[in-house]
Design a protein around this ligand. Structure first.
Ligand SMILES: Cc1cc2nc3c(=O)[nH]c(=O)nc-3n(C[C@H](O)[C@H](O)[C@H](O)COP(=O)(O)OP(=O)(O)OC[C@H]3O[C@@H](n4cnc5c(N)ncnc54)[C@H](O)[C@@H]3O)c2cc1C
Length: 460
């Protein structure tokens, strides 16, 4: 427990209106989008970089943990206060500081909701592509800390591809400024890449410089319906091999389709084995040609139908189906173990077969959806955390699906991060030497283990 005298000092830093100390309030900051929950000793809502520095310095003097938190939508346990301490709620720092149209850069505070940035830049004919499905809730600070991706990553890349500058409060309370508005910079080590995806363990991100690009002229959205899941995954490989780069290539399997349809009634094909949602963008002549090629490849791959959105409403309906997935699948069972493996694109068919085989062997409810074009799948196991016997089977299945992904040359996480959920499996991918390098970095930068302890490294 943090002593009352230290709580008083933190209160002096942020002001009485910006702390939470009652149990009810603290409980509201003890969860994220994973099934776990913890209770922090206190919640502080800083309004400036200087206030964050002051709190971090107090943490080094009195040795308490600090857990940076955006909107708490994380899917790997990153913002859970597993060792109690202070949750640092960054949502008060929510200003878009500048949209520099000459340099194509947005300068923002970490607590801005990502969708607000997108709307602001699109009003000026510009574009910030990363689009996690949580974009209307999650913060840009959380997106940078997790290196969030989204459907558009196939063509446009993930958050790290757009971060060109950062200001970060270090675990000792100093302020690091790295990068800025310059497009090119090779000054020393690439600290931007180090902090992007560091899950709140190496610093508190207080300012972000985002690269913008011109908004695409037009968009065409299609939904290809396949009798079998295998046909859909093979079609992904066909499209990639042909060298076509659509904006998105999203996969939903039969169970996902059925859950979404019963949840939203959007007219999805209930007898399909899988659908692919494919979008192309660019100049109108280009997207006509590309969508024609893609439709041909879908038919060659076994699609029984390719629906093309004829209006903005039809496009919205297709995306509403994809965005409803997370909420829809919990109709099967109350607990959702949401995984995020990533494999080389050519291995998608093998990975999907392996996933189904593991789920069958452990008699588990599995739905598969995700960013198939990137090789990033979200196998979700639907279970009930009150059923201990079932949870034991889930744990074994999760271990096997990670093992299978690594054996196929893949990664434990494509975009959700390691947090607490995947910490036990980290070495499967990094090996002892890779793990030791990562831990050495953490220990060198945060010798008192102040920032987000218990994340990424099991037991640290
Ligand atoms: C329905 C749903 C759909 C989702 N879809 C996607 C998707 O398509 N793609 C995807 O990548 N993710 C997705 N996610 C996961 C999640 O939304 C992302 O990881 C998002 O980036 C988290 O942002 P947040 O503001 O909620 O951060 P939080 O969950 O609050 O925190 C996430 C991590 O970032 C750290 N952190 C937060 N802010 C800072 C900061 N300023 N400085 C340092 N560290 C910080 C925290 O300590 C924690 O480790 C989804 C989640 C949900 C619930």
């Amino acid at each position: 427990m943090i002593p009352p005298s230290v709580i008083k000092e933190i209160t002096r830093v942020v002001g009485e209106d910006n702390i939470f100390v009652s149990l009810e309030e603290r409980m509201c900051y003890g969860y994220d989008s994973t099934p776990d929950a913890f209770v922090p000793d206190m919640v502080a809502r800083p309004g400036s970089t200087e206030e964050i520095q002051a709190i971090v310095r107090l943490a080094n003097t009195h040795l308490f943990p600090i857990v940076p938190r955006g909107a708490g939508t994380g899917l790997s346990g990153g913002s859970l206060p597993v060792k109690n301490g202070v949750v640092l709620d960054l949502t008060r720092m929510n200003r878009i500081l500048e949209i520099d149209e000459e340099n194509l850069v947005a300068v923002v505070e970490p607590g801005v909701v990502t969708y607000a940035i997108q709307q602001e830049v699109e009003r000026r004919g510009l574009f910030y592509p990363p689009d996690p499905a949580s974009l209307k809730t999650s913060t840009i600070g959380g997106n940078v800390a997790e290196c969030a991706g989204g459907p558009r990553a196939f063509k446009y890349g993930v958050t790290r591809d757009y971060v060109i500058g950062l200001e970060v409060v270090t675990p000792r309370g100093d302020l690091v400024k790295t990068g800025g508005k310059t497009v090119k910079s090779v000054t020393g080590y690439d600290l931007i890449r180090l902090y992007t995806g560091s899950e709140g363990t190496l610093g508190v991100i207080t300012r972000i410089y985002l690269r913008l690009i011109p908004k695409p002229q037009s968009i065409k959205t299609m939904m290809a319906v396949f009798p079998q899941l295998d046909d859909a995954t093979r079609t992904v490989t066909l499209i990639v091999r042909r060298g076509i780069i659509p904006v998105t290539l999203e996969l939903m399997d039969d169970r996902t389709i059925q859950c979404v349809e019963s949840y939203r009634h959007l007219g999805l094909p209930l007898d399909a084995g899988a659908v692919l949602i494919i979008e192309v963008d660019g100049a109108p002549e280009l997207i006509e040609a590309q969508s024609g090629q893609i439709m041909d490849l879908c038919r060659e791959g076994g699609a029984r139908e390719v629906r093309v959105a004829a209006s903005e409403q039809e496009r919205d309906d297709i995306w509403a189906a994809r965005r409803a997935v997370s909420a829809a699948v919990v109709q099967i069972k109350p607990t959702k173990i949401s995984e995020d493996i990533s494999v080389p694109r050519s291995q998608i068919p093998n990975m999907v077969r392996k996933l189904r085989e593991i789920a069958e062997r452990y008699s588990l409810n599995l739905v598969i959806f995700g960013h198939a074009g990137d090789g990033n799948l979200h196998p979700n196991i639907l279970c009930d955390q009150r059923d201990r016997e079932e949870m034991e089977r889930v744990e074994k299945a999760v271990g096997e699906l990670f093992q299978a992904a690594v054996e196929l040359g893949g990664a434990l996480s494509g975009e959700h991060g390691i947090g607490t959920m995947k910490a036990p499996y980290l070495k499967l991918e990094t090996g002892e030497a890779g793990y030791a390098v990562m831990l050495a970095l953490k220990q060198a930068l945060d010798p008192n283990n102040i920032l987000n302890p218990g994340k990424i490294f099991r037991g640290e």
